[in-house]
Design a protein around this ligand. Structure first.
Ligand SMILES: CC(C)(COP(=O)(O)OP(=O)(O)OC[C@H]1O[C@@H](n2cnc3c(N)ncnc32)[C@H](O)[C@@H]1OP(=O)(O)O)[C@@H](O)C(=O)NCCC(=O)NCCS
Length: 198
């Protein structure tokens, strides 16, 4: 590509986050920004071995203080349009998990990530939470695409993405090093024009 072509580069539409992170609602759930007072519940739920084993960055055992460090990093990520995380809560206020988008404004797309505490698995909560986040991402943030990765040995996560209408786009072989093993990673995605059509 020569200099003239480069100078004609046109940036995608600017990704605009609301000045204040909103809360989102569905039939059974409320998604809200995390608060420092959530630290102990996050440590308890994310510290479950099965949650850590299936996610990219959550360690096990989960160190004291890490949840507070993570929660305190979230407002800056939001302000810099790099990411948005929501606590998934039940109507009574109990936190059951976390869901969020890592934002890539240069491509106007985002990566969806989530975990749900083990006592709450297989009740449709992750799918319900992810559907609200995807709708918000496409309708309010005007994202062009949302994608997600999961370890090939984690069919529950694959099922969530299928239920959301994501297409499986490929397998990155031995892409992730987890717990002493190189593991295959499945990539799924959905485009703005596809979401909610199935
Ligand atoms: C993946 C995870 C978020 C799913 O949360 P959830 O609230 O249980 O998800 P849902 O109830 O919406 O959907 C789970 C689906 O997986 C299915 N499922 C569960 N275990 C399964 C298995 N071993 N094989 C195949 N399907 C399975 C459930 O039956 C359900 O599908 P259905 O509604 O068609 O019956 C949760 O298991 C979790 O937090 N795991 C650990 C962390 C993690 O994997 N995070 C994602 C990293 S990519």
């Amino acid at each position: 590509m020569n200099q003239a072509t480069l100078s004609q580069y046109v940036a995608p539409p600017k990704l605009q986050l609301p000045a204040v992170q909103p809360s989102l609602r569905s039939k059974r759930l409320r998604l809200r920004p995390f608060d420092m007072s959530d630290s102990l519940v996050v440590q308890l739920l994310a510290g479950d071995k099965e949650v850590a084993y299936n996610t990219r960055l959550i360690p096990h055992p989960y160190p004291d203080g890490l949840a507070a460090v993570w929660i305190s990093s979230l407002p800056t990520l939001y302000q810099e349009s790099r990411g948005v995380s929501f606590a998934i809560t039940l109507p009574a206020g109990d936190i059951i998990g976390s869901i969020g988008l890592s934002l890539f404004p240069v491509d106007n797309h985002a990566e969806l990530g989530y975990w749900v505490g083990r006592p709450y698995w297989n009740q449709g909560f992750c799918t319900e939470a992810a559907a609200i986040v995807l709708r918000w991402g496409f309708e309010k943030l005007k994202l062009e695409r949302v994608y997600a990765h999961y370890l090939a040995r984690n069919p529950a996560s694959g099922r969530v993405l299928t239920k959301l209408g994501m297409q499986q786009e490929g397998c990155l072989r031995s892409h992730r090093y987890k717990a002493g093993e190189y593991e295959d990673l499945i990539v799924c995605g959905v485009l703005r024009g596809e979401f909610g059509k199935k």
